[in-house]
Design a protein around this ligand. Structure first.
Ligand code: 5RP
Length: 222
């Protein structure tokens, strides 16, 4: 479902990649379309010398297979390319559906631009569709979950604690009626919380694949 719209968004985003760039490489099925495009361009010699900062072990593996140089130094990342689970017109994002929110947030916050590729189902007026992923340390995690629930959401451990992030942590998925961006700070303050999947006003462009076309939305940083 929406696979074609994800591909359309990735096909537009790839136009912004030029030889010799250092870019952030997101995680997920939409980013995979982007990486496949990049791999083809590298193979055909149309783009050369790309350095990528990957946001997950999976993305690193794919990037290496396409001849992208891997660098985990966060200096001078020109554009971070990633997907999102939900986004709004202000460039606020919910991320972490693939469990890579910690590294995704570090890379996004250290990139000059953040280009997000989505299909139309991800775009919302108010963030409310996708449960908010929160990464927590595997120590007294049930107490951490109860503390998050005090903010008025229903929480569940992803895959009953069988899902472990690349950092060795659990993910708690939190269902609010509406995910106000203020919860980023409130949840992050709780002991045991590593990162919250709210990325506030971070996207500088959103590529939305919709009805076989791509809408490109440029967003001003507040
Ligand atoms: C991973 C993410 C992904 O960007 C998000 O889940 C979107 O994934 P997909 O492109 O597969 O729909 O945040 O942690």
């Amino acid at each position: 479902m929406f696979e074609n719209d994800k591909k359309i968004a990735a096909d537009e985003a790839i136009k912004y990649v030029k030889s010799n760039m250092k870019i952030g490489l997101g995680t997920g099925s939409t980013t995979k379309f982007f990486l496949d495009n990049l791999g083809e361009l590298i193979k055909d010699g149309e783009i050369k010398n790309i350095t990528g900062v990957p946001t997950s072990k999976k993305t690193e593996e794919i990037a290496r297979s396409y001849g992208i140089k891997i660098d985990n130094n966060l200096d001078n990342i020109e554009i971070d390319f990633d997907g999102a689970d939900e986004c709004d017109i202000y460039g606020n994002l919910i991320k972490g559906g693939g469990g890579a929110l910690v590294r995704e947030k570090i890379v996004a916050y250290n990139s000059k631009d953040v280009y997000i590729m989505v299909d139309e189902s991800k775009f919302s007026e108010k963030l409310h569709n996708f449960p908010l992923p929160v990464e927590v340390i595997p120590f007294m995690e049930d107490i951490t979950k109860k503390n998050i629930e005090k903010l008025g959401c229903k929480c569940s451990f992803r895959d009953n604690k069988n899902f472990i992030s690349d950092n060795g942590n659990y993910i708690i998925d939190c269902r609010f009626n509406y995910t106000d961006v203020k919860y980023e700070e409130e949840i992050k303050m709780l002991p045991g919380v590593v990162e919250v999947g709210i990325f506030k006003n971070i996207a500088t462009k959103i590529f939305e694949g919709k009805n076989n076309k791509c809408n490109t939305i440029s967003i001003r940083k507040l």
